[in-house]
Design a protein around this ligand. Structure first.
Ligand SMILES: Cc1ncc(C[n+]2csc(CCOP(=O)(O)OP(=O)(O)O)c2C)c(N)n1
Ligand code: SF4
Ligand SMILES: [Mg+2]
Length: 480
């Protein structure tokens, strides 16, 4: 246990080298602010539980945005309100990590209100520290969802009026009504006896996560002397009287003792499930009927394929992306598919981002296109310059009269629309492209693709048509 309060925890940097300016010893928080005390309680708990090396602190947007200056742990800084969503991703990708989503009231209850509701409702095995100071501190004191009735802020200069602004949101009480959360507790960063209660609650919440008991949230009422336009002592007194009256302290939900551990268990080789098939196995989902393909041998540059597929809305651009990613998944690749909706759906250009990778995928966004599939002229003009040197451009020669001019990429002309028309349906031009892509790259095995068509194409009468299209596109490539 940490006994000397004057010493800094290991989980807290001794000097804040990431903080700009000459002063590397004091935090950026105002005198009398509750954030610093909360940081200290969290850092001490991480030390005492011996989890600093696997702790990941998610900073919000708000005064705690610079959490990474101080916490000697893994750090992320999330976009406004998204900390609980980022925490979800981090925890799922690294189930052994101890993830702390640290969020203010504007961040968690305002812009991120739905995120926290969903994360709590899913019972993510994360710990949320919710810093309720009843105001947007960082931006100079605007009304927050938790601002008290009658409280003056820069946006409620006559005081919050429930008829106009509604009532202060009781987040802990709200989340405690949900089935999934294991622990929800409201504490206060006030006089020492309250700080000690907060310390205990934070430890209990973190311990719950360490033991895999599910979602825990500690709401800490906290002072903001600057936003409230008070001295630190006035602020503490106001919090301990007015705030507590509306936000009663105490445990709102505690079912930790009844909970079985929820985090996915490591596989026998010590690794956590990664692919969909691994997850199915880990969950003991019957795999009969599921495909059991091996990752095909491909050239090195196809091992992280970033594919952009573009054309008119209605050309099957998005469904070609789905086909590639679904079949890629069955082959054992890490995959992602990101559609771009919008006016495209009404006849403009549509596109989607697909990744097929031997490695885990960080972001579904295709930033370095290695394979471009252009179904029409505007999409080729738009995306041709983005293709990486050494990449591939498949273009629909039936509708594009000017071929790509790039000389540092492989250009594959495919008469997709013409072939589809010959087969009997213009709509399968996308599957002609699919055939050409797998023939050129070897990313997917043709037999597996043809077999999977039965599951992919909803209307049975179109399965054969689509298979013919894939075959036609496949046969085209060697002759080019
Ligand atoms: C998307 C977006 N919208 C608005 C802002 C401006 N903004 C920065 S901090 C903040 C509110 C922070 O309040 P809170 O979460 O209560 O944190 P505190 O500063 O009080 O600790 C807002 C609205 C932003 N940075 N990003
Ligand atoms: S503005 Fe308020 S919340 Fe932000 S550092 Fe100052 S006192 Fe703390
Ligand atoms: Mg706030």
């Amino acid at each position: 246990m940490s006994t000397n309060v004057l010493e800094r925890s290991e989980s807290f940097y001794t000097t804040f080298e990431r903080k700009p300016g000459a002063d590397k010893l004091t935090t950026h928080y105002c005198p009398g602010c509750g954030h610093g005390v909360l940081h200290k309680l969290i850092a001490e708990a991480l030390d005492d539980f011996g989890v600093r090396d696997r702790a990941i602190f998610i900073s919000p947007v708000g005064c705690a945005v610079f959490g990474y200056y101080y916490f000697h742990t893994g750090n992320f800084q999330a976009a406004h309100g998204r900390a609980s969503a980022v925490a979800t991703a981090v925890k799922r990708a690294h189930p052994d990590s101890i993830v702390i989503s640290y969020q203010g009231d504007g961040d968690l209850a305002g812009i991120g209100g739905n995120n926290i509701l969903q994360a709590a409702n899913r019972g993510e095995n994360i710990t949320v520290i919710f810093v309720n100071n009843a105001i947007y501190g960082m931006t100079g004191g605007q009304m927050a969802p938790t601002t008290l009735v009658g409280q003056k802020t820069t946006t409620t200069p006559r005081g919050r009026d429930p008829l106009n602004e509604g009532y202060p949101l009781k987040v802990s009480e709200l989340l405690a009504t949900l089935e999934a959360p294991a622990y929800v507790h409201r504490v206060m960063i006030g006089d020492p006896k309250y700080v000690m209660q907060a310390r205990k609650a934070i430890r209990k919440a973190l311990k719950a996560q360490i033991e895999g008991k599910g979602f825990s949230l500690v709401e800490a009422l906290s002072t903001c002397p600057s936003g409230w336009k008070m001295t630190p002592v006035e602020a503490k007194n106001w919090m301990q009287s007015a705030m507590v009256e509306h936000f009663p302290l105490g445990v709102k939900k505690d079912v930790i003792a009844d909970r079985e551990p929820v985090s996915p268990q490591p596989k026998s080789n010590g690794q956590h499930p990664r692919t969909a098939r691994d997850v199915k196995k880990a969950l003991d989902v019957p795999t009969e009927g599921a495909h059991t393909f091996q990752l095909p041998e491909v050239e090195e540059h196809y091992k992280y394929s970033e594919i952009k597929i573009a054309g008119f809305g209605g050309q099957g651009v998005l469904s070609l992306g789905i086909a590639l990613s679904r079949m890629g998944m069955e082959h054992g690749y890490q995959v992602s598919w990101l559609p771009s909706y919008g006016p495209e759906m009404r006849g403009g250009t549509a596109h989607c981002h697909v990744k097929l990778s031997h490695e885990p995928i960080g972001s579904p966004l295709v930033a370095d296109t290695t394979i471009l599939v252009s179904m029409n002229k505007p999409s080729l003009e738009k995306f041709e310059p983005q293709v990486k040197p050494g990449g591939d451009i498949f273009y629909n020669r039936s509708l594009i009269d000017t071929p790509p001019s790039r000389e540092d990429v492989d250009v594959i002309p495919v008469d997709a629309t013409e072939i589809a028309d010959r087969i009997g349906n213009t709509k399968v031009a996308n599957m002609v492209m699919l055939g050409a892509i797998i023939a050129k790259t070897g990313l997917l095995e043709k037999e597996a693709v043809l077999e999977a068509m039965a599951e992919l194409i909803k209307r049975l009468e179109y399965v054969d048509l689509n298979r013919q299209a894939v075959n036609a596109g496949f046969d085209l490539v060697p002759s080019l």
